[in-house]
Design a protein. Structure first.
Length: 115
């Protein structure tokens, strides 16, 4: 079982990044998928989630209107499109798959927003 995030990097304020999460070793299409982030010295927080079919989506207030979560179940991929990035978005971003009682985590990808 693996969740592998990619697409992180250094971007200037106001810029965009698209994170990807590739799932393998399990039937990810039956799992809800989540993006979390953890900034230095802070607790890990939920950024967005998408249900298994994509019919239900949630965003944290801090990213609403700027981030978009989506999934491609045929390719076992989940995306997080991040626009209008701010320095406070700097964090390690983690992908999570959940179908209770099972949860899988990825290893994270660093996003740094700085001029």
């Amino acid at each position: 079982v693996q969740l592998v995030e990619s697409g992180g990097g250094l971007v200037q304020p106001g810029g965009s990044l698209r994170l990807s999460c590739a799932a393998s070793g399990f039937t990810s299409s039956s799992y809800a998928m989540y993006w979390h982030r953890q900034a230095p010295g802070k607790e890990r927080e939920l950024v967005a989630l998408i249900s298994s079919t994509g019919g239900n989506i949630y965003y944290a207030d801090a990213v609403k209107g700027r981030f978009t979560i989506s999934r491609d179940n045929a390719k076992n991929l989940v995306y997080l499109q991040m626009n209008s990035l701010k320095p406070e978005d700097t964090a390690v971003y983690y992908c999570r798959a959940q179908r209770l009682p099972t949860t899988y985590w990825g290893q994270g990808t660093q996003v740094t927003v700085s001029s």
